[in-house]
Design a protein around this ligand. Structure first.
Ligand code: SPV
Ligand code: MG
Length: 433
């Protein structure tokens, strides 16, 4: 008689007692097939892989009670049921974690459609398992590993979704925010240390006034509580003689990329456009700065991304493209093109024209003004990194201001309380080590 087909999915780089327990229980029910969650879905699931997909498959193939190993291409189980029609799906009982309830609902609806049964195994949470979990997290946070993570991501996901952070707390939001719905689970891939928001948080204008020592302190605060890669807004990069030192420091800290913009003199925020006087650097000077930065860089993983301000300063598409190709020639690892138009047309036009001649160099965009275009639409035009550069700051400020005004108005805090995070939640927000 044919033995039942038992299926379980692993989204892990290491096998610990918890996984072995699941496999042993699964083997009691029939022949065990293990699905290895593919790289891009590991990323969406907040389990950035530290080993390759093939290495993860090999790790599981070696386990004696496993009969078959396949790749699971989506976090949801539809494909698994269509192909394998498992008699049992075995899963740990830890559904409350990381929005996994939607996965349970998905499996249950598929067992109704195709037959089969979900078997839940109590989660093993002994000291050894906890230690391995902690070690995996620490590995992701280490500078050596974190630095290269952006380059890896660019190969793994269609578009790197990046959100602004300017403190430990906003870092935690970038690190932990997960949405789960019928399509699966999603989260941000990377963090942007915006000069605008870093300065605003300090009550200062965005004119390179907040010095690098202070900006590096912000990076440190974020790094201490997160694991995701960091893209640093390096403003103009300052003098070339200074920029080379910034490159070394950022690299050493484990930052993945710096974006420098081709402006010179007193830099103002790009969203002012031509309302204030701003000077674009010459192609020669800026290319020299890029070249000097690349020469100073020690690792292969760090990226220097050149930001083109031609559209912001109304210098035209030809100028933007000419600069893009020159900066790539000078060694830039990516191009950021910026616009303050509401209509994404000029960004799309730039991307299409750039991609017609250059298929490889990553394109970065910051859709603050042209905010109706989706990540998928941008990706269709060759965009690789989308940065939501200021939305966290812009949502926090009005909320805090309203609260302050209402407390002043009512001479007590009762009226604002329903809008606030419960005290119980704020005191348990930060995990203790
Ligand atoms: C920032 O976030 O500081 C940026 C993007 O540089 S923008 O504000 O749009 O210029
Ligand atoms: Mg900036």
């Amino acid at each position: 008689m044919k033995r039942p087909l038992v299926y379980t999915c692993f989204a892990t780089d290491v096998i610990h007692d918890g996984h072995m327990n699941i496999l042993n229980e699964a083997a009691k029910l029939g022949d065990v097939t293990v699905g290895i969650l593919c790289d891009s879905e590991m990323v969406r699931y907040n389990r950035f892989p530290t080993t390759t997909q093939e290495e993860r498959m090999e790790m599981v193939r070696k386990i004696p009670c496993v009969s078959n190993v396949i790749v699971q291409n989506t976090i949801m189980y539809d494909g698994v049921f269509e192909e394998l029609r498992p008699d049992y799906v075995v899963h740990g009982q830890d559904w409350h974690k990381r929005g996994m309830q939607v996965i349970k609902e998905n499996i249950l609806s598929l067992t109704q459609k195709y037959g089969g049964e979900l078997v839940e195994i109590p989660y093993t949470f002994n000291e050894k398992v906890q230690k391995i979990d902690r070690q995996m997290r620490e590995k992701l946070a280490m500078p050596e590993f974190r630095r290269g993570r952006l380059k890896k991501l660019l190969k793994m996901v269609p578009v790197v979704k990046t959100i602004e952070v300017h403190s430990g707390l906003t870092g935690l939001i970038a690190e932990k925010t997960i949405v789960a719905n019928g399509e699966g689970i999603d989260q941000f891939d990377a963090m942007w240390i915006s000069s605008l928001c870093d300065s605003t948080a300090k009550g200062k204008p965005d004119i390179e006034l907040v010095d690098m020592t202070s900006r590096f302190r912000t990076i440190d605060d974020v790094m201490e509580v997160t694991t995701k890669p960091i893209i640093f807004d390096g403003d103009t990069g300052g003098l070339t003689e200074h920029f080379v030192y910034y490159v070394r420091s950022l690299e050493r800290m484990g930052v993945s990329a710096v974006i420098i913009e081709d402006k010179t003199g007193l830099k103002k925020n790009s969203l002012f456009g031509t309302e204030v006087s701003q000077t674009q650097d010459t192609i020669e000077n800026f290319s020299d700065k890029i070249r000097a930065g690349k020469r100073a860089q020690l690792s292969d993983e760090f990226m220097i991304i050149a930001r083109i301000e031609s559209l912001i300063l109304e210098q035209g598409m030809d100028d933007a493209l000419k600069r893009a190709f020159a900066y790539v020639e000078a060694g830039a690892d990516g191009i950021m093109i910026h616009s303050r138009k509401k209509d994404p047309a000029e960004i799309v036009e730039f991307c299409d024209l750039f991609r017609a001649q250059n298929k490889e160099t990553p394109i970065v965009v910051v859709p603050s003004s042209f905010n109706t275009i989706t990540e998928a639409e941008l990706a269709e035009h060759g965009v690789n990194i989308v940065i939501y550069a200021n939305q966290l700051t812009r949502s926090a400020y009005p909320a805090m201001k309203q609260t302050a005004e209402d407390i002043l108005k009512y001479h007590r805090a009762a009226e604002v309380d329903s809008r606030l995070m419960p005290i119980k939640d704020i005191i348990s927000l930060i995990e203790e080590i």
